[in-house]
Design a protein around this ligand. Structure first.
Ligand code: ATP
Length: 458
């Protein structure tokens, strides 16, 4: 059963070291969070699953990792300088500030119901920053509000260095920054976050089919991360809600603790972005209306062998939030179940490939050198399997250990006891997180048992 409230999740995240409020000792900062020892493992696992599905398991996508700070012309021609705004309303009565499109009635304050509110004003969400020691009107740029723009500006570099033909894609994972008017709902809406974005380039005319394909593929990927079908919905974005670059957008929504909200957007960006950043725009008969580019030095086009001419491809963009993904995966995994004698346990039922700690190894007696030594040896052997983090823990209280590992979603706990040290064929006890069943496995067979467990469940 998914988490009942956001507060339960926030409390677990802090208690067990998944996520902390940023700058907490100074009272925190709104819209920024720090990932703790388990949060970083979960984040890395989710990123690795995305990269594997996008880059390694396909043969038509290349990876990229670009700078967060780019020349400000990137944002001039992408349209962000002019249009990356949210409408903001201030309440004169309670001094709160809100997004007009999040208000039930734009004439009444969401917070105190006063009608003494300002008319909506556009507020640009990009963070401005200065480059170099001289601060003047020439020296500024922005922190990127999305990772995709530098994929477009590198289009020719990737094309030339890989000899790609259409269709093909470029994938990137990285930080983005938005000066959100009202950051809220924990890591759902923050000012610094990570995105996992793919720009998939195809021939004009094939774009609608690719758009549909990517919507389906992306939904399946979220299901593969453990999200339940009934907690996912599509929203077909229309009219004024469509972004300036978009020919069509389908948002993938997830049932977060605060309701169904966007987890990922899959947009058909047509030729807007490459068309905006290319040199010699007039040569290409662009379908989208773009700002006239006076600075680009490069043609961002590909030679069409059928039509024998250079063309600007269309682009489909599945853009997922890593932090929102992590919140969705945690919401789904959070389970409270009744176990024997009326007690309840909290379990994070992560898919094994996402679990922050794959296996915990505990010696039954922490001051018995032979047991400790075998437990450490097994930890090292399992670590060599490269499955992720394997933890050796010197505890005297197995019951408490099991509860703690349930609560952080560790699929397997291994206990080494007096019998285990007799000989290599002697058993260790392996406990399964979900069934709580325990089986005895010869210690020499533990690596293959664990490897099979993770291969079969991924
Ligand atoms: P929203 O409507 O919720 O503000 P958006 O439509 O502006 O989101 P996109 O520009 O499509 O978002 O960004 C792609 C993805 O990046 C989103 O689906 C979301 O997962 C993530 N994202 C965007 N803004 C934020 C944010 N402020 N905090 C966390 N994740 C974000």
């Amino acid at each position: 059963m998914p988490a009942k409230t956001m507060d339960e999740l926030i409390s677990l995240c802090k208690r067990r070291g998944f996520i902390f409020q940023s700058s907490e000792i100074y009272g925190g900062i709104q819209g920024a969070y720090d990932y703790g020892p388990l949060g970083i493992e979960l984040k890395n696992n989710l990123k690795a699953a995305w990269w594997r599905a996008m880059v390694y398991e396909r043969d038509d996508i290349e990876g990229l990792d670009t700078a967060i700070i780019q020349n400000r012309h990137v944002y001039k021609y992408s349209g962000h300088e002019d249009t990356f705004t949210d409408p903001m309303v201030d309440c004169h009565n309670c001094k709160s500030r809100m997004r007009a499109d999040h208000m039930k009635n734009i004439k009444i304050c969401n917070n105190c119901s006063s009608t003494n509110v300002t008319a909506p004003r556009n507020f640009n969400l990009m963070f401005k920053t200065n480059i170099g020691p001289i601060v003047n009107e020439e020296s500024y740029t922005y922190l990127r509000p999305e990772t995709s723009q530098s994929i477009f500006t590198n289009f020719k570099n990737v094309l030339d260095s890989t000899s790609r033909t259409l269709p093909f894609g470029i994938a990137q994972i990285g930080k983005s920054f938005r000066n959100e008017i009202t950051p809220r709902n924990f890591i759902f809406r923050v000012r610094e976050f990570e995105q996992m974005e793919l720009e998939f380039f195809c021939k004009p005319g094939e774009d609608e089919e690719w758009h549909n394909t990517w919507v389906k593929l992306r939904k399946q990927w979220w299901l593969d991360q453990g999200l339940a079908e009934e907690n996912i919905q599509f929203e077909y974005v229309t009219g004024d809600n469509l972004a300036h670059y978009s020919k069509a957008t389908v948002d993938i929504l997830y049932k977060f603790p605060h309701g169904f909200e966007e987890l990922e957007g899959v947009a058909n960006r047509a030729d807007y972005d490459l068309g905006s950043h290319t040199k010699a725009q007039n040569e290409f008969g662009l379908s989208e209306k773009v700002k006239r580019n006076e600075h680009s030095t490069t043609k961002l086009a590909i030679f069409d062998l059928d039509e024998k001419k250079w063309k600007v491809p269309f682009c489909i963009e599945p853009s997922a939030g890593l932090d929102r993904g992590l919140l969705a995966v945690m919401t789904e995994a959070y389970t409270e179940e009744e176990i024997s004698n009326g007690t309840t346990r909290t379990v994070l039922k992560f898919k094994p490939h996402l679990a922050p700690i794959k296996v915990a190894i505990m010696p039954l007696k922490k001051n018995k050198p032979e047991i400790v030594s075998l437990a450490k040896k097994l930890k090292n052997k399992l670590q060599q399997l490269s499955l992720g983090r394997i933890l050796y823990e010197n505890t005297d209280n197995l019951g408490k250990g099991y509860r703690r590992y349930d609560e952080i979603g560790t699929p397997i706990c291994v206990t080494v006891d007096f019998d285990s040290i007799e000989k290599e064929s002697a058993p260790v006890t392996v406990r399964d997180r979900d069934t709580m069943q325990q089986v005895a496995i010869p210690s020499a067979d533990l690596p293959s048992y664990v490897a099979n467990y993770f291969i079969n469940r991924n």
